[in-house]
Ligand binder design. Structure first.
Ligand code: HSE
Length: 449
């Protein structure tokens, strides 16, 4: 392990990957040297960078003593670098470089949520084995300090549940669809033209990015390893403006949520579009903003809101971690606070509840034949499965054709609803597959069920 024997020596940071967040972090590190030194009581300096894109490198003004490494192996081998910031993203070489850096006794900061959600156990385990620190605040919610809040501020409380708008691209699309009545494809294409959405937006719009983030949140909040592949995930591609309009008539706003709850013996973790009461705090989080609401047993509700992406906001999260880890290096106290807030090897794995067992209220839009008896048929099938109707709206009149009939239900299990729809959707009374959207109670008050 590296030791900071010379008390006047600065802590030298190496950055691997100078994309949007890497450059944001570089700017912050160079611009805030004074304030960093004041707060730390020692110097934190840019030891070197590694970036494959030579045009990116050429465009940057780096300090004269900053080493430009040809590859990550060279940086990881360099004993002058005691802290590695991994901002390349993706699985490889990110995974290997983090593991190798830890093996070489270096602490690591990363923003790589996909990697941590998939290979977290290996990486958290390596941090524990090599007694180094791992910072990953920037992996969830960009500049929102949610992970440190869970690990430190709320360490003494039991977290019961949380719900988050943790993907800015999806939230931007839903916000514009809802405000302007636009189709999903129209908003996505415009968001891509304006640079709000990636050219390959799959992870954002299909809920995969939110699943990565909620897996990390649940691991931190509940102290249980989470198997990413077991999380039920549904994105927003299929959402139609008509459902946003009907939702509004019922007093709901649609958000893509990452949800996690601790039921003691099992966890409920999922990602899907959810209708929220329009007067709830999360319903008011619009555009690219993110927010995470949670409930602590002693604390009660808490909401953290802010910029969930972007170079500068995300760089503040990276910097917070870098400073914390630099203190550990400078004061030779690395590896003392477990990265997850729970000792790596002392955790119990809780089973994930299958989607079929979750309780929710539901919004159901049937495209029903406009003829006598259809409504009583729909109500009958729902009633036979023990699903109680809360309200119904039918709009328009189309003799011989089909009209939207929208039903909201009281609480039922997903399997009750799926069983009822399996019957209805194969009947002669409807012309299309029924649209199902869950209605979430995000008040963070009251008991779990
Ligand atoms: N692509 C993410 C989003 C930002 O749209 O929120 C990085 O996590």
């Amino acid at each position: 392990m590296l030791n900071q024997n010379d008390k006047n020596a600065p802590v030298r940071v190496g950055i691997i990957g100078l994309g949007t967040v890497g450059q944001g972090f570089l700017r912050l590190l160079l611009k805030n040297q004074g304030i960093l030194r004041e707060r730390l009581g020692f110097s934190l300096v840019l030891g070197g960078v590694c970036e494959k894109n030579s045009l990116t490198l050429k465009a940057l003004t780096l300090p004269p003593d900053c080493v430009i490494y040809r590859d990550w192996e060279e940086m990881v081998r360099d004993p002058r670098i005691s802290l590695v910031v991994e901002l390349v993203g993706g699985f490889e070489p990110a995974r290997s470089l983090i593991l190798e850096a830890m093996k070489a006794g270096k602490s690591v900061v990363t923003a790589n949520k996909a990697l941590l959600a998939r290979h977290g156990e290996e990486i958290f385990g390596a941090a524990a084995t090599h007694a180094v620190d791992l910072g990953f605040e920037a992996s969830v919610g960009g500049g929102i300090p949610i992970l440190r809040t869970l690990r430190e501020s709320l360490a003494g409380d039991r977290i019961l549940r949380l719900a988050g708008i943790i993907n800015g691209t999806a939230n931007y699309i839903l916000t514009r669809m809802s405000r302007e009545g636009l189709e999903f494809e129209t908003v996505l294409a415009e968001a891509q033209r304006q640079g709000y959405a990636e050219s390959d937006p799959t992870f954002d719009i299909d809920g995969i990015d939110s699943a990565h983030k909620v897996a990390i949140l649940a691991t931190m909040a509940f102290g249980s390893p989470v198997n990413l592949s077991e999380i039920p995930v549904e994105g927003i591609r299929h959402i139609k403006p008509i459902d946003l309009e009907f939702g509004r008539e019922f007093g709901y706003v649609l958000k893509l949520l990452g949800i996690a709850a601790d039921h003691g013996d099992s966890l409920d973790i999922r990602v899907h579009p959810s209708f929220l009461p329009e007067n709830s705090l999360l319903a008011e989080v619009d555009g690219v903003f993110n927010a995470i609401e949670l409930s602590g047993q002693a604390l009660g509700p808490l909401l953290l809101f802010g910029r969930g992406a972007g170079g500068d906001p995300t760089a503040t999260a990276v910097m917070g971690d870098v400073m914390e880890l630099a203190r550990g290096i400078y004061h030779s106290s690395r590896g003392q606070v477990p990265a997850l807030g729970f000792p790596f090897s002392g955790r119990t794995r809780k089973a994930l509840r299958p989607l079929s067992a979750i309780y929710s209220e539901y919004y159901l839009r049937f495209m029903a034949k406009d003829q006598p008896g259809t409504l009583s048929y729909l109500a009958g099938v729902l009633g036979e499965r023990g699903i109680s109707i809360e309200s119904v709206i039918q709009k328009g009149r189309e003799s011989g054709g089909s009209v939207p009939v929208v039903v909201t239900t009281h609480r039922a299990t997903e399997s009750q609803v799926r069983e009822a729809l399996a019957i209805i959707d194969t009947s002669v009374h409807v012309t299309e597959k029924t649209v199902v959207i869950r209605i979430e109670d995000v008040s963070m008050e009251g008991p779990l069920s």
